[in-house]
Design a protein around this ligand. Structure first.
Ligand code: NAI
Length: 394
């Protein structure tokens, strides 16, 4: 096989000729791809690349690059429990591709089962579904398509801030229900102008949120482990806080845009929520587990927090009886802010690039790497286990 390939001259660095890496036993590397079901929409719309039906464009890519004999693709949405196809495929998988919208939680137990696993790719941004500590110990590379959906999320954040502050959801419901009670909506509708809005983290998404909010003439705040350039702070007229507590105390709206890792898990617990201004709002599109689920419900029910929005839950998909679905004054959506059709095109291309580089033993883009050669190399994460307690059965 190798001599055949060499004769054909396919060991070039061209991304359309990706054949260098040689599989161990049966001549094939198993790539487990865990995605959400596309249903009718996925069958009709080929641009919904993130679903099982369209598989990130990997089937076509494998054909185009004549990789059929090299890669065995297992694409599934079936990820829950020991008898799921994902779990059964793990022992033979060299690569697992998963996405935050429908995560295949790679906790210690699953990593132990996945004896051949060398590469975990996130189709999107946010690799907290992988136990990074275990990946470091096992020498598994963890990569994500950094930057691929950051505008998509930032737009969603602005939309949900406005939905909460302007009391959009109850107003919309009135229309659908045939009602017309202006005072009832106006009772809780405000302008965003002049309010204090702060982001927890000003990375790619947080910074874009600040930039998009500037024209609303609000007072901007941010907290991050790393400070933005002085010139950016000046341009945005944004106040830096050296702690979350300091930001939480002064903001009318807090938006959460940091990764989930052991330092940020349950960052918004009962104590942090109690420090927030009475009547303030929270928009969290980062990760569900950054909030203490029940402490949030209590804070909303006691009217201390006026409204909550976001698109991230824990675990995902959210249970039918998840208390955030039924708590008052929320504007939650399923996890989709980072999976607009525009974003899907970008992260699917990124996944194919990462897989191609791996097959061809080419270096990955530095900004895509979360864990490399046994170390956490992304400054967004700390080593540890954000998958702790993740249970598919809950
Ligand atoms: P990024 O890596 O560009 O920025 C992360 C920022 O968080 C960095 O500035 C880092 O310094 C800061 N940070 C990390 N730990 C911190 C801590 N303990 N305290 C304060 N700051 C801390 O990441 P990006 O692209 O902005 O994404 C952020 C997160 O948003 C992702 O990790 C993911 O969880 C979530 N996300 C959600 C999506 C959705 O569809 N809802 C899509 C994309 C990302």
């Amino acid at each position: 096989m190798l001599s055949h390939i060499l004769r054909k001259g396919v060991l070039s660095s061209n991304s359309s000729t990706l054949i260098r890496r040689y599989a161990s036993t049966n001549g094939q590397e198993t790539v487990l791809v865990v995605l959400y079901e596309g249903g009718e929409a996925g069958k009709k719309n080929k641009n919904i690349l993130g679903c099982v039906e369209n598989a990130l464009g990997l089937r076509e890519w494998i054909k185009e690059n004549k990789l059929d004999s090299r890669l065995k693709l297992v694409v599934t949405s079936d990820k829950q429990g020991e008898n799921s196809l994902a779990e059964k495929t793990l022992p033979e998988a060299s690569v697992v591709i998963s996405q935050p919208f429908w995560p295949c939680y790679l906790d210690q137990t699953r990593i132990d089962k996945a004896k051949k696993l060398k590469l975990a790719i996130t189709a999107g941004v946010g690799s907290d579904h992988v136990n990074l500590e275990a990946a470091c110990k096992r020498g598994i590379t963890v990569a994500e398509v950094s930057g691929s959906n950051v505008v998509s999320v930032a737009e969603h954040v602005v939309m949900q801030i406005l939905a909460l502050v302007r009391n959009f959801i109850p107003a919309y419901k009135q229309v659908v229900n045939g009602e017309w009670d202006i005072a009832k909506i106006a009772d809780k509708a405000y302008d965003l102008e002049n309010k204090h809005v702060g982001t927890v983290a000003a990375g790619r998404i947080g910074l874009r949120v600040l930039q998009r909010l500037k024209p609303f003439d609000v007072h901007l705040h941010y907290y991050d482990k790393f400070r933005l350039d002085k010139s950016i702070e000046k341009e945005l007229n944004v106040t830096y806080h050296s702690s979350v507590e300091s930001l939480a105390k002064v903001c009318d709206v807090v938006t959460i845009n940091c990764p989930l890792h052991p330092e940020t898990e349950h960052m918004f617990d009962k104590k942090m929520l109690s420090l927030m201004k009475k009547g303030s709002y929270i928009v969290n599109t980062a990760r569900g587990k950054i909030m203490d689920r029940d402490a949030l419900v209590d804070a909303i029910k006691s009217n201390h927090i006026e409204g909550y929005a976001g698109d991230v839950w824990y675990p995902q998909p959210a249970a039918k009886d998840h208390p955030w679905r039924s708590m008052p004054r929320h504007a939650m959506t399923p996890h989709y802010s980072g999976t607009t059709l525009d974003a899907q095109a970008r992260y699917a291309a990124g996944v194919r690039e990462i897989l191609g580089n791996w097959l061809n033993e080419r270096p990955q883009r530095e900004e895509y790497l979360i864990v490399d050669k046994g170390k956490v190399v992304s400054r967004a994460y700390t080593e540890g286990d954000a998958t702790k307690g993740h249970s598919e059965k809950k």
